[in-house]
Design a protein around this ligand. Sequence first.
Ligand code: FES
Length: 123
Amino acid sequence: MKTTTRWHKIFESVEEAIQQIPLNTLYSLRIDIRKICITHTSRGFSAMEDACPHKLIPLSKGYVNEHNEVVCVWHKYCFDTATGYEMTDKNIRPVKVYPLEVREDGLFIALPTRPQKTDDFSY
Ligand code: FES
């Protein structure tokens, strides 16, 4: 099976994204069945799944700390916005991160599509 990626426009321009997501804030977004947490830090915009891997609390309810990490509001686990790794050694799986791209016509996110059957012998 082959997984492909599809780009989705989430804002018409960077200016609109900045207006909706001021610096050091989080933004919740739903695309199809996925809940996404968009983060705006001094590193720029980034995107991750909007569910803490600890107890599935929405990460968008948390906040950005001084290290540009997303802090879960419940038990304060900290996730790197670039890698999704938890940064305080809690031994938990990383959060899924998704590519974002700033283009002339807006801000786009790449999300995986459902796995496609590649040939008659695939399962
Ligand atoms: S639910 Fe996020 S750290 Fe526990």
